[in-house]
Design a protein around this ligand. Structure first.
Ligand code: HEM
Ligand SMILES: Nc1ncnc2c1ncn2[C@@H]1O[C@H](COP(=O)(O)OP(=O)(O)O)[C@@H](O)[C@H]1O
Ligand SMILES: [Mg+2]
Length: 412
């Protein structure tokens, strides 16, 4: 049940008083910290600069600045404001309210939580050094008070950090579930449609193909109509392949697990594709002498996966281009890589490449990569790609090792 906001407010305020009590931060401490203002304020730009130097040295802290120089400047100003307020001497509910927002801001930019603590430590070291250098009589006493306040600030930030972070995780999970549902619904609809259509199409297609061949048999080999007939048969073949793709996508067969040698499978697929027009103008490199790696998988599906990836790579390649197939054993998975040095993909194409029916080809079905993804996921694995326009595409398939799923169980 959602509580009214004033109620939340009261709970939080009670928390701050309780926290102050806990670390023994009282009015004397507040006065102590305020008395340090005249030593610290002139050095704030220097403290902020130091904070930055340390921060920018850390790759995982640096990456949160996706907003570039503008954001860096804003953060510098925010930190300056934070430091200024720290020595105001008024640590009331308003102060606490302002502190509460800080954690949330850092979750939004994706800063790993430990950097809150590390950032606080850096600030503490700098401030302490400045106070020590000032050689005050009761420096230790005042630093004790400041340390308590910094701890209160940190505790407050971490509290909201946790809240905002949990909220973010819940939101991410909701999105993931929604995506899976949409995909599942899509599959179910296409499945029904495809199953009925495929039969409607496949049989007449076989009939047409047979009838045309009868015609061809009647023609002399040098008859000028031969080329037209070859063209017709080619188009029929294309239609047939599209129907098969659709059936594969719509009604995947449950995997039948077996011990599969990847080297043998790759060789078999390369043999099958020897006749494939798309692969005539490219070179496929595969190290036949590398140590063979086996996986527990459905042989037919792994072949299908390789065929789709190789044909895509060939379509993208220039004449004489090379496609590299590579299998490696990583500590917890087996990685299959198909890399081409072809035309690559724009970020937009890349983000949509695995979508069913997404294609940039005049004769494409847009189902190749969707089928690949489903095959890999059925095997408990993951597939992703890296691509750059003009430099080529690398598709990476990771199979978990040991196998993640009992393959005897059918996928839906
Ligand atoms: C003691 C530790 C830190 C304090 C007190 C602090 C303080 C603040 C404050 C007050 C804000 C503004 C919050 C708001 O918009 O309401 C902010 C934002 C931000 N902070 Fe920090 N920060 C700390 C550590 C860090 C660290 C280590 C990083 C490292 C990358 C960082 C990066 C950012 C960024 C990117 C923003 C958002 C700026 C924007 O786009 O508006 N902060 N910080
Ligand atoms: N190796 C590759 N290099 C460049 N683009 C690719 C590659 N593989 C896939 N693509 C892009 O992703 C799209 C979808 O691929 P896919 O699902 O196999 O469908 P199709 O090959 O029928 O278009 C392709 O149309 C192409 O734009
Ligand atoms: Mg394809």
């Amino acid at each position: 049940m959602a509580l009214p906001s004033f109620y939340n407010q009261r709970v939080e305020i009670a928390n701050f008083e309780e926290m102050k009590c806990y670390v023994g931060f009282n009015d004397a401490d507040a006065a102590n910290v305020a008395s340090l203002a005249r030593y610290i304020r002139p050095s704030i730009p220097q403290i902020v600069e130091h904070f930055y130097e340390v921060l920018l040295r850390s790759p995982s802290a640096k990456v949160v600045f996706t907003g570039g120089e503008v954001q860096l400047t804003r953060q510098r100003q925010m930190l300056t404001m934070w430091l200024t307020e720290l020595f105001d001497g008024k640590y009331d509910n308003d102060y606490y309210d302002r502190r509460l927002r800080i954690g949330t801001a850092h979750v939004r930019v994706g800063l790993p939580q430990q950097f809150m603590c590390l950032g606080m430590e850096i600030t503490w070291q700098e401030v302490r050094r400045i106070i020590k250098d000032a050689k005050l009589r009761d420096a230790d006493d005042k630093l004790d008070s400041l340390h308590k306040l910094l701890t209160l600030d940190l505790a407050t930030m971490l509290e909201t950090y946790k809240e905002a972070y949990s909220e973010k995780i819940r939101a991410d999970e909701r999105t993931a579930v929604e995506e899976r549902l949409t995909r599942a619904e899509h599959l179910a609809e296409i499945g029904q449609l495809a199953a009925s259509l495929a039969h409607e199409i496949k049989n007449p297609l076989a009939g047409i193909s047979g009838a045309i061949q009868v015609f061809r048999d009647d023609l002399a080999p040098d008859d000028p109509r031969q080329s037209t007939i070859t063209e017709i048969l080619g188009q029929i073949h294309r239609l047939d392949a599209a129907v098969i793709d659709l059936l594969l996508y719509a009604r995947p067969t449950p995997p039948r697990a077996a011990d599969v040698s990847l080297a043998d499978t790759i060789r078999r697929v390369l043999n099958v594709l020897a006749e494939e027009p798309a692969l005539q103008h490219v070179e496929v490199e595969f190290d036949h002498h590398a140590k063979d790696i086996h996986i527990h998988a459905d042989r037919g599906q792994i072949e299908q996966l390789l065929i789709n990836l190789l044909i895509n790579a060939a379509h993208a390649s220039h004449d004489g281009g090379a496609i590299r197939v590579n299998v490696t054993h990583l500590p917890d998975r087996i990685r299959l890589v198909v890399a081409d040095s072809g035309k690559g993909m724009s970020p937009e194409v890349q983000s949509r490449a695995f979508e069913p029916f997404f294609t940039t080809k005049a004769k494409g079905t847009g189902l190749g990569l969707s089928i690949c993804r489903r095959i890999v996921e059925t095997h408990g694995g993951r597939v992703f790609l890296e691509s750059a326009i003009g430099r080529g595409t690398t598709v990476v398939v990771d199979f978990p090792q040991p196998p993640a799923i009992p393959l005897a169980k059918a996928s839906p």
